[in-house]
Design a binder for this molecule. Sequence first.
Ligand code: TYD
Length: 207
Amino acid sequence: MFISLEGIDGSGKSTQARLLADHIRDTGREVVLTREPGGSPGAEEIRRLLVEGASERWSAETELLLFTAARRDHLERTIRPALARGAVVVSDRFADSSRVYQGTARADLRGQVDRLHALMIGVEPDLTLVIDADPETALGRGKARNAGEDRFENMGLPFQSRLRAGFLALAAEAPDRVRVIDGRGGVDDVAARVRAAVDAVAPAPRA
Ligand code: TYD
């Protein structure tokens, strides 16, 4: 099973991805916890080009190509081998981030994003959880934490609001795959909502 977590910067999805991986591991399954951009040695090198430096460093088009290159390497080296041996893959971001960041929030590139995805990636997670958070609160969190990896946070609050709307629209577009999780409240409250959403789709095997 392949699960992705999505959300705006500072939404808490990275913490939730880790807790979900722990939960699935506790049920006795092998879990590979991974992230984008990154998740394989080559993709982690590309990551630095994307998350560091000035906001205007890359155009949205160039960014899309770099994210797709990183995703292809991640898929080849990490995701496919893990799924092939029966592991559950939990990825902190996947293709929906490109659909929303490059496809709608930064520029109107959704057509190019979809064509490139079909051409070079071609797989979707079985389940995607969008951790929905208030853009202002989330931006404050992200900035406090991501010193040096703040290229997207520096695009500002209106950008984060467009991202949130983009993720909610995507969930409406693909309701069978994408579930919205209320990201308000404590970490444990949100983790319980995440577990409930996953268990509804893939009940834990009985020991
Ligand atoms: P991430 O490491 O998830 O940052 P954070 O933990 O702060 O949420 O992702 C880095 C940035 O890259 C993030 O701002 C979102 C952006 N991004 C895209 O714009 N397109 C993509 O396809 C992906 C995977 C990430």
